[in-house]
Design a protein around this ligand. Structure first.
Ligand code: NDP
Length: 246
């Protein structure tokens, strides 16, 4: 087993995932960049290796059971440990970010969005939990969103109006429930589980340049939660060190 901490980041070929891997790598953590295309994962890892970070690229479409198992196997066989899991991969339904149409949401859309944003997160976490349990300080960070805050949606004046895409918002609400219940389940371990709201970030999911935060700024919450000390929170919903309402 290697002495350096190991982090697995899903959807790490671009956006917040790649930048989170870079920032964790700068903290001396070995980073495993997972992406659904092997070439993209390897290319991303090569960029980090070029600046002295210990990085590995692996293929992982989070919706594919055999690839989830292979990822856990890679960690166990090649690195012998896992300390940090960043459940970052996520998706929004195409062309709907600013076109809410709640009553028209189809079961097929729910299935696709929940497959990536919830079911795969639960399944991958389950695959790697035995390794995380062996870590002296396991950390699980689930990339949620303030769009998964029922409290914010229910505020008077419809402040999240343009972003009310039912399938996406509901997937993040459900992801938050996973965070809370898993934190309870693991309360007697050293593993901490938290939901991160990255902010509105200039990535493809964020809608590009119209968003507020740069990608490095938008990756700070994930990194903070990955590096939490023993006295840090578990089962919380965080943005830049502040608690968000569920
Ligand atoms: P990007 O669009 O830049 O990146 C999304 C990443 O997820 C890509 O690497 C993509 O891979 C990957 N991905 C999607 N589906 C799968 C899959 N089945 N298997 C593996 N990887 C997959 O978006 P962000 O970086 O902004 O998003 C990261 C997370 O942050 C998401 O969970 C998102 O919901 C959340 N978030 C983002 C906000 C923002 O404003 N940007 C706000 C709130 C939350 P590929 O390149 O192959 O498509």
């Amino acid at each position: 087993m290697q002495t350096q901490q190991v982090a697995l980041i899903t959807g790490a070929n671009r956006g917040i995932g790649f930048e989170t891997a870079r920032q964790l790598g700068e903290h001396g953590i070995t980073v495993v960049l997972a992406a659904r295309r092997l070439a993209a994962a390897q290319e991303a890892a090569a960029q980090l290796k070029a600046v002295g970070i210990d990085a590995h690229g692996i293929q992982l479409d989070v919706t594919k059971p055999n690839e989830r198992t292979a990822a856990a196997q890679f960690l166990a066989d090649k690195l012998g440990r896992l300390d940090i899991l960043i459940n970052n991969a996520g998706m929004v339904p195409k062309e709907t970010l600013f076109v809410p149409r709640t009553s028209e949401t189809t079961p097929e859309e729910f299935q696709e969005i929940f497959d990536t944003n919830l079911f795969s997160v639960v399944a991958l976490t389950r695959e790697v939990l035995p390794l995380l349990r062996q870590s002296p300080a396991g950390r699980i960070v689930n990339l949620s969103s303030n769009l998964g805050s029922l409290t914010e949606h229910a505020l008077p004046g419809n402040p999240l109006g343009p972003f009310q895409v039912l399938s996406y918002c509901a997937s993040k609400v459900a992801l938050n429930m996973f965070t809370v219940l898993l934190a309870h389940e693991l309360a007697d371990t050293s593993i901490k589980v938290n939901s991160a709201h990255p902010g509105w970030v200039k990535t493809e999911i964020g809608g590009g340049d119209i968003a507020q935060l740069t990608v490095p700024e938008g990756s700070r919450t994930s990194v903070e939660l990955a590096l939490l000390g023993a006295d840090g929170p578990s089962g919380h919903f965080m943005h830049l060190g502040k608690e968000l309402p569920w």
